[in-house]
Design a protein around this ligand. Structure first.
Ligand code: ABN
Length: 178
């Protein structure tokens, strides 16, 4: 292609490239690259950068309102929240008994971005609480896989079959999400 026929954009690129080539040597390019690499490695080690990272990841924090369905620990729940029924996220209301068998889910804590293993224990011995019914069902499987289904009355393992509400007990941090 003749130079005169070149598109204006090609000519502009050529001009800029020639200008950069004139003003930089290979040595100065390598020096600049080295500085960028060292800077990128050392900067995150500075106290200011580490403090900023700690600000966004707060290990162990438990954000949100446990009386709301969108509270992070409720991601796999199917039942009444004991936090609305005179109990808390991990304790049954007075007069009820915690089921020894449970449904296990995995929920991500937005405070630290980690996945936690949550045990959904039913509290038994009183009729349905009736407040704060939540059904989020993350990871729930059909009833023919009972060990992975949340729509089960786990009071079958308690001394009374009467289901009242469900608690969300943290068992630990999950290392693998299936
Ligand atoms: N695990 C909550 C529940 C209780 C009774 C019936 C269905 C689900």
């Amino acid at each position: 292609m003749e130079r005169a026929e070149m598109h204006w954009f090609d000519r502009l690129c050529e001009k800029v490239s020639r200008r950069i080539a004139r003003s930089t040597s290979r040595r100065s390019f390598i020096t600049a690259l080295g500085k960028a690499l060292v800077g990128g490695t050392v900067l995150p080690l500075l106290p200011v950068a580490r403090a900023a990272a700690a600000e966004t990841a707060r290990p162990g924090a438990d954000p949100g309102d446990p009386t709301q369905c969108d509270y992070w620990r409720n991601c796999a729940i199917d039942g009444y929240l004991c936090a609305c029924c005179g109990g808390s996220t991990s304790s049954c209301p007075p007069g009820t008994e915690m089921s020894p068998t449970t449904w296990i889910g995995t929920c991500r804590n937005p405070a630290d971005g980690r996945d936690y293993i949550i045990s959904y224990n039913d509290c038994c011995g009183k009729t349905s609480c009736g407040a704060c019914f939540c059904q989020r069902n993350e990871g729930d499987r059909p009833l023919y896989s009972p060990q992975r289904a949340n729509d089960i009355n786990w009071c079958v393992g308690a001394s009374s079959l009467a289901y009242h509400c469900t608690v969300t007990v943290i068992l630990g941090v999950a290392t693998n999400r299936n």
